[in-house]
Design a protein around this ligand. Sequence first.
Ligand SMILES: [Cu+2]
Length: 478
Amino acid sequence: MPTRRAVLASALAVATVRPTIARAQAGAAPSSTATTGPATVLQLQRRSIEVNRKPASVYGIRQPDGTYGITTEVGKPFRVRVENKIDQPSLIHWHGLAPPWRQDGVPGISGPPILPGSTADYDFPLRFGGTFWMHSHEGLQEQSLMLAPLIIHDGRDRADQQQIVMMLNDFSFTPPEQIFEDLKKRSGGMPGMASGGAPMAGMARGPTPPDLNDVKYDAFLANDRTLADPEIVKVEPSGHVLLRVINGSSMSNYHLDLGQLKGELIAVDGVRIVPVMARRFPIATAQRLDIRLAMPGRAAAYPVLAVLEGEQKQTGIVLTVGGAAIARIPDTAGTPSPALTLDLERRLRAADPLKPRKPDRVHAINLTGEMSRYIWSINNVAWNKDVPPLPIAAGERVELVMINRTGMPHPMHLHGHQFQVVEIDGKRFPGAVRDTVLVPPGRRVVVAFDANNPGLWAFHCHLLYHLDAGMFTTFRYV
Ligand SMILES: [Cu+2]
């Protein structure tokens, strides 16, 4: 009898010899081409944008008509053909969706990369709506903007509501491979960075300020633009806006600043919460915020800014009512922003929480690292292909107890499932259901999820260079 592991291993082996097709697995509802029409084509491309008045060669994910990413509807199948038009292998992850595992888009985990000139097909049902995104999980391509919005409309969308997508990115003219090399080289003796990886004795919280932003970027982009030439969006006087903010940055957390506007946060990571009103919201790497805005009737320009955590750098878009003049907005804020905290996270309540249940399995997830060599790890193991998956079993309620024993915050992302934040620093509460949660230095965050999507799933820090340096592991169940 083959073991479960052997069966899965052979499934992976099959995937490697059929390099271009990711097929729907058991669990995906069959789709009918007669009723759904042809697949949406997404092309992985090179393109050029202008940053700080200089041309920059980046990647993009576009449909043949130029549309970035996908906007679709809940209940429809996700029928997509990805065409690799770049000169490198690539594979696209549907961040926040729950596809069959072989269609999850993580090279070596869910399937092989798509070779240059090849295609891969995807087909699975969309069971929930919200604000999601897609990005390459191959190498460091995400840093070069191999990413796009993935919006799924559902009953939350109002006919009288203008939808605005705001994609945040960090940008460097230095190639990502060079950035990574520099991080590894300079972490050794750099003062102020030494605390980054050393496992802390106990839960030191306080005297040592956290290390933030270990990459110095040339620019921060909102919808590919800086504040020198921001995107201007016309909105109706007294109109209703649904702002979908996606933090597609590789390494950057922000405070979203609505300025004079007050926002009603209705969803995080695409999932409904009990609404929260505020003017400022934290957004960690890979997270999303859905914010309803009731626009004033008065003609004016309303900047929506994202201020880099711990810094003055900012980016943003401008909403204009009634053709108001738009003043130049500086790309630095007046004062440095604080580090992101869990103050909002612990106030969030899921609109549709998990059914209360004792966990069948609890995994201790220590977030660990060694800053002197720029090695990041989970339970002191830096990821490599020989690391065995963490065991769980189908049908279980699983809890992950994450404790950050490093000096840097880590936005932790689970593939293929949505989890609920159920505890922060020892206090239980029915928090937000989401797919990425920030674990600041020294803090303990517990999430719960139901093992209802069998396969081999990635779980990792979403800071690109931390992920690449080893803060990555997997879960497996059949
Ligand atoms: Cu990290």
